[in-house]
Design a protein around this ligand. Structure first.
Ligand SMILES: Nc1ncnc2c1ncn2[C@@H]1O[C@H](COP(=O)(O)OP(=O)(O)OP(=O)(O)O)[C@@H](O)[C@H]1O
Ligand SMILES: [Mg+2]
Length: 229
């Protein structure tokens, strides 16, 4: 099945909520935004995203991961890996991430998202809505990714079993100016998470002080097991 972005619904009218996003943020005491991981397969997007989500939630911060493979089990199960389907995959995720962020949850997406133009669409959607969009480039040389190959996909791509495989038979267009550039072959998962949290705190999108207090008052065992930011 081929997806299309053509608008088919007519006679629809946007219904405003009864408060603004700012009012919602003030009431709930937190800000939503999207952290958009991009990178080759096995670059560490899911590993970093999972560690970050665990760290944030353990500190009482509302964060939710939208992961490439997981989303393809459900929402995007009708999409394959052709250029057109990859584009539609990213468009849908952008919209869903934007909704999570709008609701004041931190949306953490981990998709290869190999095409610059598609990532630009995701960014533009967020910009238009006034929602911060932070592109995180999980970067490793392809040789390292291929050596890691945790799902055995590079092997299958080399054997020609998988067509359109990013980095082998389909292009990966690296971001030119990502907000964060994490070389996962040069830093540990913990260092990666620390860098991301430090960046978010610097931009005043996040403060973990509340969570850190919980950690010391003994109410959260999970928090104490996670990375010290
Ligand atoms: N510093 C690091 N950061 C992230 N992952 C690392 C790091 N060092 C080693 N790894 C390993 O690299 C692999 C990354 O796999 P992961 O599934 O996270 O990649 P991915 O980018 O989500 O790939 P895909 O696009 O196929 O879902 C894991 O086996 C992980 O343990
Ligand atoms: Mg992944």
């Amino acid at each position: 099945m081929t997806a299309t972005t053509e608008a088919k619904a007519t006679n629809i009218v946007w219904h405003d909520g009864s408060f603004t996003r700012k009012e919602r943020e003030d009431i709930l005491g937190r800000k939503g935004f999207t952290l958009w991981f991009t990178g080759l397969s096995a670059s560490g997007k899911s590993t970093l995203a999972t560690a970050l989500e665990q760290h944030l939630v353990a500190h009482g911060v509302s964060a939710y991961r939208l992961d490439g493979d997981n989303i393809r089990f459900g929402l995007n199960k009708n999409l394959g890996f052709s250029d057109q389907d990859r584009t539609e995959n990213i468009r849908r995720i952008s919209e869903v991430a934007k909704l999570f962020a709008d609701s004041t949850t931190i949306a953490i997406t981990s998709f290869i998202s190999p095409f610059k133009a598609d990532r630009a669409v995701a960014r533009e959607l967020h910009n238009a809505a006034g929602i911060p969009f932070i592109e995180v480039f999980a970067d490793v040389p392809i040789e390292v990714a291929e050596q890691r190959d945790p799902k055995g996909l590079y092997k299958k791509a080399r054997e020609g079993v998988i067509k359109d495989f990013t980095g082998i038979s389909s292009p990966y267009e690296a971001p030119e100016a990502p907000e964060l550039h994490i070389r996962t072959d040069l830093m540990s998962v913990e260092e990666g998470v620390r860098n991301i949290v430090a960046y978010l705190e610097k931009r005043e999108l996040l403060t973990l002080s509340k969570g850190l207090k919980r950690e010391s008052d003994g109410k959260s065992d999970v928090a104490s097991k996670t990375v010290k930011a």
